[in-house]
Design a protein around this ligand. Sequence first.
Ligand SMILES: [Zn+2]
Length: 486
Amino acid sequence: MAGTTDCKSLLPLISLFQSFRLSGSGTENPKGEIIHAVPWCSLDSSVCVRIAMEMNYQSNFKLNKTEKKLLRKQIKARHTLLRHEGIEAVSYATQSLVVANGGLGNSMSRKQLLPVLEKCGLVEALLMPPNKPYSFVRYKTTEESRSAYASLNGKEIVDDLGQKVILYLNFVEKVQWKELGHQVLPPGLTVVEEIISSEDEKMLLEIINWTEDTDNQNFQKSLKHRRVKHFGYEFHYENNNVNKDKPLPEGLPDLCDNFLEKWLAEGYIKHKPDQLTINQYEPGQGIPAHIDTHSAFEDEIVSLSLGSEVVMDFKHPDGIAVQVMLPRRSLLVMRGESRYLWTHGITPRKFDTVETSEHYKSGIITSDIGGLTLRKRGIRTSFTFRKVKHMPCTCNYSLVCDSQRKETSPSFPENDKEASQLEQEYVHRVYEEIAGHFSSTRHTPWPHIVEFLKALPDGSIVADIGCGNGKYLGINKELYTASEVA
Ligand SMILES: [Zn+2]
């Protein structure tokens, strides 16, 4: 067959593949499902040919409607895994299966999945990569994995949120997934466990009065994603900075002052902070990835986690992502590179992927066979202490430094490096800066669009071009929604 297969005749078919519940990276809809769009151009002719072959296979065997649907979904799962994760399924039986929709990333826990898999045979290993909507299972024998394939493919089971999900299984040669690639903490980051006692935690939580100042919007803001309160200096979300000439009259609460003095004396912190932001997160709430404005605060930023643990996502501009567990009553200290260069944020979800080990507390979440499970989030209150900076920032990370931003107008790039710097400066940095505010002020779907989406027939294909924070993705679950983030 010629290498230049014309894909046009397959367009309606390919468009089916534009909607994905399965992907490692993509847009999360409010249900926590990940939806990803594949650019048309990325479907090469070989994929088109394979899709066509599989669809022929389907028609040849005169399957009934339900079987056809199952096969279509299974093929879709297989192609998504290949496209987005590089996981290649094989068409013959092996000991190992990849279980699409049976992953920590779509709220399936080990506790939930393992018994289901064990009904089909002796499970040698169940590998659940963090935040991925699939897992791998290896059976003792090929007979057992074949039996699992026969009885579990297309089977509906209930996940940890009580939602029904359908599993799609494919054989794989070996259990594999891409490593996170970076298994050390971001430089300059430390987590001090049990820095305060349970009694201190209780006292600190009791000093917050969430009801006062309701008429003064500057003091307490109910951001769509969380409750926020400021001390020392008001923090302005419009420009991610503080008004340095206008400290708040009360300063920091006395109780906090005592702890800060103690931490200074014990060497956990080097500078005494003068600004405090208290955030309260309900399960399912989060904070967009951000770098605290360089010119606003000094190098050291510390955050105390109270009430519940949480997994915080750190990301380097090169794309390296590290997930760090912040246990209850621990102190996160960010200095240097981790404060200036890495973004940090909390993914809005109700469960976190955590290590199953009893001894394990803070630190990086890694994958290993049998080591990960889901834990329900509780209400977490963080006390973030910062020291307001009164001089321009002189850090070594000029690419992300607002004080060192070049004022010269951009010129036409001469090479790839310059083009990439230009993009970083005028596209990525701008989006990073406005993302939090943008997302928190664009939460409510427009009624007419909701009406439109709900009126569409089941199975319709919708492209949401420039979908922002993806607020329309979960409106009508019967649609295939593809989204595009500019
Ligand atoms: Zn800087």
